[in-house]
Design a protein around this ligand. Structure first.
Ligand code: C2E
Ligand code: MG
Ligand code: MG
Ligand code: MG
Length: 276
């Protein structure tokens, strides 16, 4: 009796696995075609200094699937990384974002997310150089956002690729700072141009003493290293005033602006008013 029950459970379990595997395979196939079908788009989210002047926009991938509707990058970017599809998709993102930014006036930068797969394999510095030439965007207006996971596996190789990228004149930002496990050694090894503090540290600023203390420590450390700090996920005026008081250099979040399609963003130097 017990044995039969167990068998039933296992059969049930593997059936659920089956359908999950099948669903993932279907999603992967759809994603593979998304690029050629023109279903991928970029939205742009403003980054402002503490005078609320726009210093740049972060390009964020959007997938509007004919079959599935909007699919979140939290779902399809990890899948694209697993399958290696992030390499052609990432190249498309880079070309698209640089082409778009070349039409913006002034010194407004574009920030592009780069996956570890793009750093580890292939010739990313060569690609970036070609894209800059083709788009006419000055290197100084491109910022590449990487996470510390690029350093896992082959630290030396990642470091030398980053150095070659930096030598092109582009900026390198360390994204999602604080969520990994040994960020400090990476800050020591590579001269990042910006630290983006993960929004989990911003969420309860001003209401949680521990978050305040951590944010203060990050800003102090970054300042003594001479690296500007940007806080992600700023949603309230209260978070803004705390960050301002702590000496944070720049901010990104729904308070300032949501990611928007390129036609909706202002292209010149602008001062953004709070939205809520
Ligand atoms: P990320 O690079 O840390 O991007 C910031 C994420 O926070 C974005 O989510 C953005 O929409 C969201 N966000 C911005 N302000 C706020 C806020 O005030 N509150 C809240 N709750 N969220 C906010 P999104 O667009 O869903 O992207 C998720 C992640 O997907 C990105 O995190 C990045 O890791 C990845 N991603 C997006 N586009 C690309 C891309 O072109 N290439 C690669 N490799 N990864 C990408
Ligand atoms: Mg990012
Ligand atoms: Mg981030
Ligand atoms: Mg993040």
């Amino acid at each position: 009796q017990a044995k039969n029950e167990q068998r039933g459970t296992i059969r049930h379990f593997s059936k659920a696995m089956d359908s999950q595997v099948r669903e993932e395979r279907a999603l992967r196939a759809d994603l593979q075609r998304a690029l050629e079908k023109g279903e991928l788009h970029l939205h742009y989210q403003p980054q402002v200094d503490m005078d609320r002047e726009v210093i740049g926009y972060e390009a964020l991938l959007r997938w509007r699937s004919a079959a599935r509707g909007d699919v979140s990058p939290m779902t399809f970017v990890p899948l694209a990384e697993e399958t290696g599809l992030i390499v052609p998709i990432g190249e498309w993102v880079l070309r698209e974002a640089c082409g778009e930014a070349a039409s913006w006036s002034g010194r407004t930068k574009v920030a592009v997310n780069i996956s570890p797969r793009q750093i580890k394999g292939g010739d990313l510095p060569g690609l970036v150089q070609r894209v800059l030439v083709d788009s006419g965007l000055p290197a100084s207006r491109l910022e590449l956002e990487i996470t510390e996971s690029v350093f896992i596996d082959d630290f030396t190789r990642a470091l030398s690729t980053l150095m070659r990228l930096k030598a092109l004149g582009v900026d390198i930002a360390l994204d999602d700072f604080g969520t990994g496990y040994s960020s400090l050694s990476y800050l020591h090894a590579f001269p990042f141009d910006r630290i983006k503090v993960d929004r989990s540290f911003v969420a309860d600023l001003g209401t949680n003493e521990r978050s305040d203390a951590i944010m203060r420590a990050i800003v102090t450390m970054a300042k003594s290293l001479g690296i500007p700090v940007l806080a992600e996920g700023v949603e309230t005026e209260q978070q803004w005033s705390w960050l301002s008081e702590l000496g944070c250099d720049a901010v990104q979040g729904y308070l300032i602006g949501r990611p928007q399609p390129p036609h909706a963003i202002s292209r010149g130097v602008t001062r953004v008013q709070a939205q809520n």
